[in-house]
Ligand binder design. Sequence first.
Ligand code: HCA
Ligand code: CU
Length: 385
Amino acid sequence: MVWVLDSTLREGEQTPGVYFDKHIKLAIANLLNEVGIDIIEAGHPMVTQEIHSAVKSIAQKDFKSIVGAHSRSLKSDVDLALECSVGFLGIFYCVSEERLNTVFKKDLDAAIQQITDVIKYAKSQNPKLLIRYTPEDTVRSQFENVVKAAVAAVEAGADIISVADTTGYMVTGTQRNMYDYISRLKSEFDKRNLKPKIAVHCHNDRGLALANALDAYRGGAEIIDATVLGLGERAGIVDLAELLVVLTVDYGIQKWNLQKLTELYELVSKHSGIPIPANYPVTGKNAFTHCAGVHTHAASINPMHYESLNPEILGRERNFALDHMSGIASLRYALKLINEEDLDEDIQQDVLKEVKAVGQRGRTVDLAELKHIVDAVKHHQTYTK
Ligand code: HCA
Ligand code: CU
Protein backbone atom coordinates (compact mmCIF):
# COMPACT_ATOMS: atom_id res chain seq x y z
CA MET A 1 0.00 0.00 0.00
CA VAL A 2 1.22 3.48 -0.89
CA TRP A 3 3.16 5.46 1.72
CA VAL A 4 3.25 9.22 2.07
CA LEU A 5 6.44 10.91 3.22
CA ASP A 6 6.01 14.41 4.59
CA SER A 7 9.01 16.69 4.20
CA THR A 8 7.60 19.94 5.62
CA LEU A 9 10.36 19.99 8.23
CA ARG A 10 13.15 19.32 5.71
CA GLU A 11 12.22 20.42 2.16
CA GLY A 12 9.58 22.81 3.58
CA GLU A 13 12.15 24.59 5.73
CA GLN A 14 14.18 25.20 2.54
CA THR A 15 11.46 27.68 1.50
CA PRO A 16 13.21 31.07 1.48
CA GLY A 17 12.78 32.75 4.87
CA VAL A 18 11.04 29.82 6.59
CA TYR A 19 12.29 28.67 9.96
CA PHE A 20 10.39 26.60 12.50
CA ASP A 21 11.45 26.74 16.15
CA LYS A 22 12.10 23.42 17.78
CA HIS A 23 8.83 23.38 19.75
CA ILE A 24 6.91 24.25 16.57
CA LYS A 25 8.68 21.42 14.75
CA LEU A 26 7.53 19.08 17.50
CA ALA A 27 3.95 20.37 17.26
CA ILE A 28 3.98 19.92 13.46
CA ALA A 29 5.43 16.42 13.77
CA ASN A 30 2.79 15.57 16.35
CA LEU A 31 0.00 16.55 13.96
CA LEU A 32 1.66 14.70 11.08
CA ASN A 33 1.69 11.61 13.27
CA GLU A 34 -1.99 12.13 14.07
CA VAL A 35 -2.77 12.46 10.37
CA GLY A 36 -1.08 9.06 9.99
CA ILE A 37 1.82 10.10 7.77
CA ASP A 38 4.01 7.08 7.09
CA ILE A 39 7.40 8.81 7.14
CA ILE A 40 8.21 12.22 8.65
CA GLU A 41 11.43 13.59 7.14
CA ALA A 42 12.36 15.72 10.13
CA GLY A 43 15.45 17.56 8.89
CA HIS A 44 19.09 17.40 7.92
CA PRO A 45 20.99 17.22 11.25
CA MET A 46 24.22 18.46 9.68
CA VAL A 47 22.72 21.86 8.80
CA THR A 48 22.52 23.35 12.32
CA GLN A 49 22.74 22.28 15.93
CA GLU A 50 19.06 23.32 16.32
CA ILE A 51 17.96 20.99 13.52
CA HIS A 52 20.04 18.15 14.99
CA SER A 53 18.35 18.63 18.35
CA ALA A 54 14.85 18.88 16.82
CA VAL A 55 15.32 15.71 14.75
CA LYS A 56 16.52 13.89 17.85
CA SER A 57 13.54 15.02 19.95
CA ILE A 58 11.05 14.08 17.24
CA ALA A 59 12.69 10.66 16.79
CA GLN A 60 12.39 10.06 20.55
CA LYS A 61 8.59 10.48 20.46
CA ASP A 62 6.51 7.38 20.55
CA PHE A 63 5.10 7.97 17.07
CA LYS A 64 3.51 5.49 14.70
CA SER A 65 5.12 7.47 11.87
CA ILE A 66 8.70 6.55 11.03
CA VAL A 67 10.93 9.55 11.74
CA GLY A 68 13.76 10.22 9.30
CA ALA A 69 16.77 12.41 8.63
CA HIS A 70 18.25 13.76 5.41
CA SER A 71 21.94 13.32 4.74
CA ARG A 72 24.58 13.93 2.11
CA SER A 73 26.57 10.91 1.05
CA LEU A 74 29.14 11.53 3.76
CA LYS A 75 29.98 9.46 6.82
CA SER A 76 30.03 12.63 8.97
CA ASP A 77 26.42 13.45 7.99
CA VAL A 78 25.35 9.86 8.63
CA ASP A 79 26.96 9.89 12.08
CA LEU A 80 24.95 12.97 13.04
CA ALA A 81 21.76 11.33 11.80
CA LEU A 82 22.54 8.12 13.70
CA GLU A 83 23.04 10.15 16.89
CA CYS A 84 19.40 11.22 16.52
CA SER A 85 18.23 7.55 16.54
CA VAL A 86 16.12 7.96 13.42
CA GLY A 87 14.38 5.00 11.77
CA PHE A 88 14.87 6.31 8.22
CA LEU A 89 17.82 7.88 6.46
CA GLY A 90 17.59 9.65 3.10
CA ILE A 91 20.97 9.85 1.37
CA PHE A 92 21.36 11.88 -1.81
CA TYR A 93 24.13 12.25 -4.36
CA CYS A 94 23.86 13.31 -7.96
CA VAL A 95 25.11 11.12 -10.82
CA SER A 96 24.74 13.41 -13.81
CA GLU A 97 27.92 13.72 -15.89
CA GLU A 98 27.79 17.52 -15.94
CA ARG A 99 27.48 17.85 -12.17
CA LEU A 100 30.06 15.14 -11.44
CA ASN A 101 32.55 16.83 -13.77
CA THR A 102 31.98 20.43 -12.79
CA VAL A 103 30.88 20.36 -9.13
CA PHE A 104 32.28 17.17 -7.62
CA LYS A 105 35.21 16.65 -10.01
CA LYS A 106 34.69 12.91 -9.76
CA ASP A 107 33.91 10.15 -12.20
CA LEU A 108 30.80 7.99 -11.88
CA ASP A 109 32.63 4.99 -10.40
CA ALA A 110 34.19 7.11 -7.68
CA ALA A 111 30.78 8.60 -6.88
CA ILE A 112 29.20 5.14 -6.69
CA GLN A 113 32.01 3.98 -4.42
CA GLN A 114 31.30 6.85 -2.07
CA ILE A 115 27.53 6.19 -2.11
CA THR A 116 27.85 2.47 -1.44
CA ASP A 117 30.48 2.94 1.28
CA VAL A 118 28.19 5.32 3.12
CA ILE A 119 25.14 3.04 2.75
CA LYS A 120 27.10 0.01 3.99
CA TYR A 121 28.41 2.02 6.90
CA ALA A 122 24.93 3.25 7.90
CA LYS A 123 23.47 -0.28 7.65
CA SER A 124 26.32 -1.72 9.71
CA GLN A 125 25.63 0.80 12.47
CA ASN A 126 21.90 0.05 12.48
CA PRO A 127 20.70 -2.92 10.41
CA LYS A 128 17.04 -1.93 10.99
CA LEU A 129 17.53 1.54 9.52
CA LEU A 130 15.41 2.13 6.40
CA ILE A 131 17.75 3.67 3.83
CA ARG A 132 16.66 5.66 0.80
CA TYR A 133 19.11 6.63 -1.90
CA THR A 134 18.20 9.50 -4.23
CA PRO A 135 20.19 10.28 -7.36
CA GLU A 136 19.50 14.03 -7.17
CA ASP A 137 17.91 15.47 -10.33
CA THR A 138 17.23 11.85 -11.29
CA VAL A 139 15.08 12.52 -14.32
CA ARG A 140 17.57 14.83 -16.07
CA SER A 141 20.56 12.60 -15.37
CA GLN A 142 21.83 9.96 -17.82
CA PHE A 143 19.52 6.96 -17.35
CA GLU A 144 22.46 4.49 -17.45
CA ASN A 145 24.14 6.42 -14.61
CA VAL A 146 20.97 6.37 -12.53
CA VAL A 147 20.54 2.63 -13.04
CA LYS A 148 24.18 1.88 -12.26
CA ALA A 149 24.16 3.96 -9.07
CA ALA A 150 20.73 2.80 -7.92
CA VAL A 151 21.52 -0.88 -8.47
CA ALA A 152 24.79 -0.51 -6.56
CA ALA A 153 22.97 1.33 -3.77
CA VAL A 154 20.38 -1.44 -3.42
CA GLU A 155 23.12 -4.10 -3.45
CA ALA A 156 24.87 -2.13 -0.70
CA GLY A 157 21.72 -2.16 1.44
CA ALA A 158 19.42 0.69 0.32
CA ASP A 159 15.74 -0.23 0.78
CA ILE A 160 14.26 2.63 -1.22
CA ILE A 161 15.30 4.38 -4.42
CA SER A 162 13.78 7.80 -4.93
CA VAL A 163 13.20 9.36 -8.32
CA ALA A 164 13.64 13.10 -7.81
CA ASP A 165 12.24 15.60 -10.27
CA THR A 166 14.39 18.22 -8.58
CA THR A 167 13.51 21.00 -11.04
CA GLY A 168 9.86 20.16 -11.80
CA TYR A 169 10.82 19.20 -15.35
CA MET A 170 8.43 16.33 -16.06
CA VAL A 171 5.21 16.86 -18.01
CA THR A 172 2.54 14.15 -17.99
CA GLY A 173 1.39 13.11 -21.43
CA THR A 174 4.70 13.99 -23.12
CA GLN A 175 7.91 12.04 -23.67
CA ARG A 176 9.11 13.32 -20.28
CA ASN A 177 6.57 11.53 -18.13
CA MET A 178 6.87 9.85 -14.76
CA TYR A 179 4.81 6.80 -15.69
CA ASP A 180 7.33 5.73 -18.33
CA TYR A 181 10.31 6.69 -16.19
CA ILE A 182 9.23 4.63 -13.19
CA SER A 183 8.18 1.69 -15.37
CA ARG A 184 11.60 1.65 -17.08
CA LEU A 185 13.46 1.90 -13.79
CA LYS A 186 11.39 -0.87 -12.23
CA SER A 187 12.07 -3.17 -15.14
CA GLU A 188 15.81 -2.60 -14.67
CA PHE A 189 15.47 -3.79 -11.06
CA ASP A 190 13.27 -6.73 -12.09
CA LYS A 191 15.92 -7.86 -14.58
CA ARG A 192 18.36 -8.07 -11.69
CA ASN A 193 15.88 -9.57 -9.28
CA LEU A 194 16.12 -6.56 -6.96
CA LYS A 195 13.03 -5.24 -5.22
CA PRO A 196 13.61 -1.80 -3.69
CA LYS A 197 10.58 0.36 -2.95
CA ILE A 198 10.40 3.24 -5.43
CA ALA A 199 9.74 6.71 -4.05
CA VAL A 200 8.97 9.87 -5.96
CA HIS A 201 9.82 13.49 -5.17
CA CYS A 202 8.15 15.96 -7.54
CA HIS A 203 8.88 19.69 -7.59
CA ASN A 204 6.17 22.05 -8.72
CA ASP A 205 7.99 24.44 -11.06
CA ARG A 206 5.39 23.89 -13.79
CA GLY A 207 2.46 23.40 -11.41
CA LEU A 208 2.46 19.69 -12.28
CA ALA A 209 3.87 18.16 -9.09
CA LEU A 210 0.70 16.34 -8.01
CA ALA A 211 -0.14 15.19 -11.55
CA ASN A 212 3.41 13.85 -11.97
CA ALA A 213 3.35 12.13 -8.56
CA LEU A 214 0.08 10.35 -9.44
CA ASP A 215 1.57 9.39 -12.81
CA ALA A 216 4.54 7.91 -10.93
CA TYR A 217 2.17 6.03 -8.62
CA ARG A 218 0.44 4.55 -11.67
CA GLY A 219 3.88 3.49 -12.91
CA GLY A 220 4.61 1.64 -9.66
CA ALA A 221 6.00 4.21 -7.19
CA GLU A 222 5.04 3.26 -3.64
CA ILE A 223 6.15 6.30 -1.65
CA ILE A 224 5.11 9.87 -2.48
CA ASP A 225 6.80 12.94 -0.99
CA ALA A 226 4.74 15.99 -0.06
CA THR A 227 4.79 19.04 2.23
CA VAL A 228 2.18 21.14 3.96
CA LEU A 229 1.22 24.01 1.63
CA GLY A 230 3.55 22.46 -0.95
CA LEU A 231 6.43 24.31 0.73
CA GLY A 232 9.98 23.81 -0.53
CA GLU A 233 12.70 25.20 -2.76
CA ARG A 234 11.36 27.65 -5.39
CA ALA A 235 7.73 26.63 -6.18
CA GLY A 236 7.93 23.76 -3.70
CA ILE A 237 6.68 20.18 -4.08
CA VAL A 238 3.38 18.24 -3.91
CA ASP A 239 0.81 19.69 -1.52
CA LEU A 240 0.10 17.18 1.27
CA ALA A 241 -3.64 17.87 1.70
CA GLU A 242 -4.36 17.65 -2.03
CA LEU A 243 -2.43 14.38 -2.25
CA LEU A 244 -4.15 12.79 0.76
CA VAL A 245 -7.62 13.82 -0.41
CA VAL A 246 -7.07 12.37 -3.89
CA LEU A 247 -5.58 9.14 -2.54
CA THR A 248 -8.46 8.78 -0.08
CA VAL A 249 -11.43 9.87 -2.19
CA ASP A 250 -10.36 8.88 -5.68
CA TYR A 251 -8.05 5.91 -5.06
CA GLY A 252 -10.06 4.57 -2.11
CA ILE A 253 -7.12 4.33 0.30
CA GLN A 254 -8.60 4.77 3.77
CA LYS A 255 -5.54 5.30 5.86
CA TRP A 256 -5.16 8.96 6.86
CA ASN A 257 -7.06 11.19 9.27
CA LEU A 258 -8.03 14.10 7.03
CA GLN A 259 -9.86 15.86 9.87
CA LYS A 260 -6.51 17.02 11.30
CA LEU A 261 -5.38 18.79 8.14
CA THR A 262 -7.00 22.17 8.85
CA GLU A 263 -5.23 22.47 12.19
CA LEU A 264 -1.95 21.34 10.64
CA TYR A 265 -2.21 23.88 7.79
CA GLU A 266 -3.07 26.73 10.15
CA LEU A 267 -0.10 25.90 12.35
CA VAL A 268 2.35 25.66 9.45
CA SER A 269 0.98 28.78 7.77
CA LYS A 270 1.24 30.80 10.98
CA HIS A 271 4.82 29.79 11.69
CA SER A 272 6.11 29.83 8.12
CA GLY A 273 4.55 33.22 7.43
CA ILE A 274 3.16 31.77 4.17
CA PRO A 275 -0.57 32.46 3.96
CA ILE A 276 -2.96 29.80 2.69
CA PRO A 277 -4.30 31.34 -0.55
CA ALA A 278 -8.09 31.82 -0.31
CA ASN A 279 -8.63 29.81 -3.49
CA TYR A 280 -6.22 27.00 -2.55
CA PRO A 281 -7.71 23.51 -3.16
CA VAL A 282 -8.84 21.55 -0.08
CA THR A 283 -7.51 23.91 2.62
CA GLY A 284 -8.22 27.40 1.19
CA LYS A 285 -10.88 29.59 2.80
CA ASN A 286 -12.98 29.52 -0.38
CA ALA A 287 -12.53 25.83 -1.21
CA PHE A 288 -16.12 25.03 -0.19
CA THR A 289 -17.79 28.43 -0.61
CA HIS A 290 -20.46 28.96 -3.26
CA CYS A 291 -20.97 32.46 -4.53
CA ALA A 292 -22.80 33.16 -7.81
CA GLY A 293 -26.61 33.11 -7.50
CA VAL A 294 -27.04 30.20 -9.92
CA HIS A 295 -24.50 28.12 -7.99
CA THR A 296 -25.89 28.92 -4.58
CA HIS A 297 -29.44 28.15 -5.67
CA ALA A 298 -28.50 24.72 -7.05
CA ALA A 299 -26.05 23.95 -4.23
CA SER A 300 -28.57 24.80 -1.54
CA ILE A 301 -30.92 22.19 -3.08
CA ASN A 302 -28.14 19.61 -3.42
CA PRO A 303 -24.48 20.61 -2.80
CA MET A 304 -23.25 17.95 -5.21
CA HIS A 305 -24.51 20.10 -8.11
CA TYR A 306 -21.45 22.27 -7.60
CA GLU A 307 -19.15 20.10 -5.44
CA SER A 308 -17.18 16.97 -6.16
CA LEU A 309 -15.62 16.89 -2.70
CA ASN A 310 -17.59 16.84 0.53
CA PRO A 311 -16.16 19.36 3.05
CA GLU A 312 -17.18 17.03 5.89
CA ILE A 313 -14.32 14.64 5.08
CA LEU A 314 -12.04 17.44 6.31
CA GLY A 315 -14.31 18.47 9.18
CA ARG A 316 -15.08 21.66 7.24
CA GLU A 317 -18.40 23.30 6.41
CA ARG A 318 -19.87 24.41 3.16
CA ASN A 319 -20.35 28.20 2.88
CA PHE A 320 -22.44 30.57 0.84
CA ALA A 321 -20.88 33.97 0.25
CA LEU A 322 -22.97 37.06 -0.34
CA ASP A 323 -21.62 39.70 -2.69
CA HIS A 324 -22.49 41.36 -5.99
CA MET A 325 -22.90 37.89 -7.56
CA SER A 326 -25.64 36.87 -5.12
CA GLY A 327 -29.23 36.31 -6.13
CA ILE A 328 -32.41 36.07 -4.11
CA ALA A 329 -31.90 32.32 -3.47
CA SER A 330 -28.53 32.93 -1.80
CA LEU A 331 -30.02 35.70 0.26
CA ARG A 332 -32.97 33.57 1.38
CA TYR A 333 -30.62 30.80 2.37
CA ALA A 334 -28.55 33.22 4.47
CA LEU A 335 -31.67 34.81 5.97
CA LYS A 336 -32.78 31.40 7.16
CA LEU A 337 -29.45 31.02 8.94
CA ILE A 338 -30.06 34.25 10.90
CA ASN A 339 -33.77 33.44 11.56
CA GLU A 340 -35.07 36.18 9.25
CA GLU A 341 -36.70 33.99 6.65
CA ASP A 342 -40.12 35.65 7.20
CA LEU A 343 -39.03 39.08 5.93
CA ASP A 344 -41.39 40.81 3.49
CA GLU A 345 -40.51 40.39 -0.16
CA ASP A 346 -39.80 44.12 -0.67
CA ILE A 347 -37.47 44.22 2.33
CA GLN A 348 -35.64 41.19 0.93
CA GLN A 349 -35.16 43.01 -2.38
CA ASP A 350 -33.77 46.08 -0.61
CA VAL A 351 -31.43 43.94 1.48
CA LEU A 352 -30.22 42.26 -1.71
CA LYS A 353 -29.54 45.66 -3.28
CA GLU A 354 -27.43 46.64 -0.30
CA VAL A 355 -25.56 43.30 -0.36
CA LYS A 356 -24.74 43.82 -4.05
CA ALA A 357 -23.56 47.35 -3.31
CA VAL A 358 -21.17 46.04 -0.65
CA GLY A 359 -20.00 43.32 -3.08
CA GLN A 360 -19.20 45.94 -5.70
CA ARG A 361 -16.92 47.59 -3.19
CA GLY A 362 -14.90 44.34 -3.22
CA ARG A 363 -16.13 42.72 -0.01
CA THR A 364 -18.37 39.82 0.94
CA VAL A 365 -21.13 40.10 3.52
CA ASP A 366 -20.98 37.66 6.40
CA LEU A 367 -23.94 36.68 8.55
CA ALA A 368 -23.22 39.24 11.29
CA GLU A 369 -23.12 42.08 8.77
CA LEU A 370 -26.23 40.73 7.05
CA LYS A 371 -28.12 41.13 10.33
CA HIS A 372 -27.10 44.80 10.48
CA ILE A 373 -28.18 45.35 6.90
CA VAL A 374 -31.57 43.73 7.61
CA ASP A 375 -32.04 45.93 10.68
CA ALA A 376 -31.08 49.07 8.77
CA VAL A 377 -33.44 48.31 5.89
CA LYS A 378 -36.29 47.53 8.30
CA HIS A 379 -35.63 50.75 10.20
CA HIS A 380 -35.51 52.82 7.02
CA GLN A 381 -38.81 51.36 5.79
CA THR A 382 -40.52 52.16 9.10
CA TYR A 383 -39.57 55.82 8.65
CA THR A 384 -40.38 56.12 4.99
CA LYS A 385 -43.72 54.29 5.10
C1 HCA B 1 17.73 18.80 -1.84
C2 HCA B 1 17.26 18.27 -3.18
C3 HCA B 1 16.13 17.29 -3.10
C4 HCA B 1 16.56 15.96 -2.53
C5 HCA B 1 15.53 14.89 -2.55
C6 HCA B 1 15.92 13.61 -1.83
C7 HCA B 1 15.61 17.17 -4.54
O1 HCA B 1 17.16 19.79 -1.37
O2 HCA B 1 18.64 18.25 -1.27
O3 HCA B 1 16.90 13.59 -1.13
O4 HCA B 1 15.19 12.62 -2.00
O5 HCA B 1 14.60 17.76 -4.87
O6 HCA B 1 16.29 16.50 -5.33
O7 HCA B 1 15.06 17.83 -2.31
CU1 CU C 1 13.40 18.60 -3.34
